[in-house]
Design a protein around this ligand. Sequence first.
Ligand code: AMP
Length: 307
Amino acid sequence: MTSIPVKLFLRSTKKAHPDIPLSHMKSVEIGRSPQTKIKDTKVSKKHLRLLANCFARSVQVTQLGANPSWVQGSILKTDETRNIAPNDILELGQDDHRYELIMEAPKATKDPSQTHLEDRALVHPGHWSMALIRAIKDDTLKLFEDDSMVVIRDAYPKARQHYLVVAKDSIDSLKEMDLENVALLEQMIAKGHDFKAKHPDLEFRLGFHAIPSMARLHLHVVSQDFDSPCLKNLKHWNSFTSEFFVPADVVLAKIKSDGVYPQISGEESKKLLSTPLKCHKCSYKPKHLPDLKKHIVLKHYPKKMRE
Ligand code: AMP
């Protein structure tokens, strides 16, 4: 799984020395120098070599100098290499030169297509966008579960029936899918159809949001009446009726043929989500969402069709 890399750097625990920034896969040698402001002669000029992997969130530390260093209190001798993780303590020579490896989340970006949801999960497990990951662990919410997926009800249903088929694999969105995920996708879609079949008098669509707001790949199985108080605004409406809602079979066919599903840009997403209101079943163009919702129930999905 690819993700936006985090920022890694060493911070002096006593704030005695400046931070040492670490770039992804760029080897740096640190020691006694104007950069670190370490003047202690027990620390060599080239004391340690550091190689950060900002995707794996670890730093490879190699001892170069004659005097040792300590990693988490354990000695590191010349030519020895060890990996350190965020919050680990690295000491060069003596106590005064103690650093902690700090990890910072990538800066929030206004373009949702550039935000990797699992990154937020690692840094903010209680973040709202992680709610589905938490929900699929809650036995009281599960309508179905097997090795690869969980089916739950959408907590803010946008229609009379609205299910979510949520993958257990750590995949967040369509852009992370490839040929290896075809079987999972087929199973999720088949399960979505099983749930749709429970309501033969309702019409459904199965699909994915082009840019989801919640982490963990989830298929919407949503009835087309949009008769729900939770559907409150233009963005909600367009997310289920414009091309922002990508039909499940379209995604499957694209991944099977091309091996990937192309990601739309933040700009395209904005445009789709701000499309003027229009009935998804006829040419009616209402002024306001409540008018449209009334129209849909009266003209297309009368209440008597309700379960
Ligand atoms: P998406 O825009 O595709 O990420 O849609 C996420 C869906 O998750 C929305 O339809 C939300 O109503 C729904 N949702 C948000 N929080 C929860 C939750 N805790 N449990 C179940 N569904 C949720």
